[in-house]
Design a protein around this ligand. Structure first.
Ligand code: FE2
Length: 160
């Protein structure tokens, strides 16, 4: 079974809208909106090494993630989105080309927070339980899943 890693951009069919908003809002101020103030890193910066280096963590969390937070806060300032949750922003802006920039930045804050929470030091290895059974039924086992995932990640093309 091929693994498709391309996920349709729910915010806008035009990815450039988000890029333009990013360039425009990149130096914006940070608001006091509690849900979007950022995400304290949940483990030591070397906690994921050697898979993810402290340098990569620093760049990804301290620069990229924080930039999405800063841009989201800037884009919601003095709008009807200033006091709603991150999830509400994403739901209310998805598919609206005029709000694609906000949707993209808010979704990136959500994605990055989910990403950091999905990992922890000393974890990994072979899955067990329901996930192991699903991988066995679908891919013939964890090792085959890893091969197909790697192949999908390196060979897939975005949908046209
Ligand atoms: Fe990222």
């Amino acid at each position: 079974m091929p693994v498709s890693l391309w996920i349709r951009n729910a915010c806008s069919p035009d990815r450039r809208a988000g890029t333009a908003a990013y360039a425009k809002g990149n130096s914006g101020p940070t608001s006091a909106a509690t849900q979007r103030e950022g995400f304290p890193f949940p483990y030591p910066e070397d906690g994921l090494a050697p898979a993810i280096s402290p340098r990569t963590i620093e760049f990804h969390h301290d620069k990229l993630h924080q930039a999405y937070v800063r841009n989201t806060n800037s884009l919601v300032e003095k709008t009807e989105f200033a006091t709603v949750t991150l999830e509400e922003i994403i739901k209310k802006t998805a598919g609206n080309p005029e709000r694609a920039g906000l949707c993209n930045h808010a979704a990136q804050v959500w994605n990055h927070t989910f990403y950091w929470k999905s990992m922890k030091p000393g974890s990994g290895g072979h899955p067990a339980g329901v996930l192991a059974k699903k991988l066995e039924d679908t891919f013939g086992g964890f090792d085959n899943f890893k091969k197909e995932f790697a192949s999908g990640a390196t060979n897939s093309q975005p949908p046209s």
